[in-house]
Design a protein around this ligand. Structure first.
Ligand SMILES: Nc1ncnc2c1ncn2[C@@H]1O[C@H](COP(=O)(O)OP(=O)(O)OP(=O)(O)O)[C@@H](O)[C@H]1O
Length: 174
């Protein structure tokens, strides 16, 4: 842990794993930064629009500068690309990711692309290779309501949970 009094906790995971929903539930206890909203509202933080996926391509260097010496909880599928003391990776069975994204109005191709990425542990692997296994906390949100997921995030922030990368296996989806 750094010498800062408040830790920096990145909450990342494939779109649809429920990061924004769960971190909104702890926003009265911690400083929660919903990074995707911030990127969308500041033209200096993204370089181009990915027309096919209807998403913005973030400028990670510009975002790092804008974040500065942040503390609290950073919510985004990009959160693990920035300095952090702990990284919480929300996981969700790919079939459920697909359902949640379709229900949210995403296109079938976007829903499938994200489900496959979740099955392949893409974000977990990036988080572990960037931050080291001892800083990564994996939380399976499949069949867990947002309040239970928020409790698990709180436990990771407060040091009441052990690091736990590699505990989830969704390869049955592939
Ligand atoms: N624990 C949960 N159980 C069931 N549905 C959930 C849960 N968490 C979130 N959802 C639903 O799944 C959808 C995606 O949730 P949310 O937007 O929080 O995901 P996200 O990981 O923040 O996605 P993104 O990275 O695209 O912002 C929403 O429609 C939300 O209502």
């Amino acid at each position: 842990m750094s010498e800062r009094t408040a830790p920096r906790v990145a909450v990342t995971g494939t779109p649809g794993t429920g990061k924004s929903t769960a971190t909104a539930l702890i926003a009265d206890e911690y400083d929660v930064i919903h990074l995707n909203e911030r990127i969308r509202s500041d033209d200096d933080l993204w370089t181009e629009r990915d027309a096919e996926r209807d998403t913005l391509v973030a400028d990670l260097d510009a975002v790092a500068d804008a974040l500065g010496d942040w503390t609290g909880v950073l919510d985004s599928h990009l959160a693990h690309h920035f300095d952090a003391d702990r990284v919480v990776v929300l996981r969700c069975h790919p079939a459920t990711v697909e359902e949640r994204l379709l229900d949210r109005g995403e296109s079938p191709s976007t829903a499938t692309e994200n489900a496959e990425s979740e099955a392949l542990d893409v974000i977990l692997s990036e988080a572990v290779s960037t931050h080291g296994i001892e800083r990564v906390y994996e939380i399976d949100t499949t069949d867990r309501d947002p309040g239970t997921v928020a409790d698990a995030i709180r436990a990771a922030i407060d040091g009441e949970r052990e690091p736990s990368a590699g505990t989830v296996d969704f390869t049955d989806y592939l």
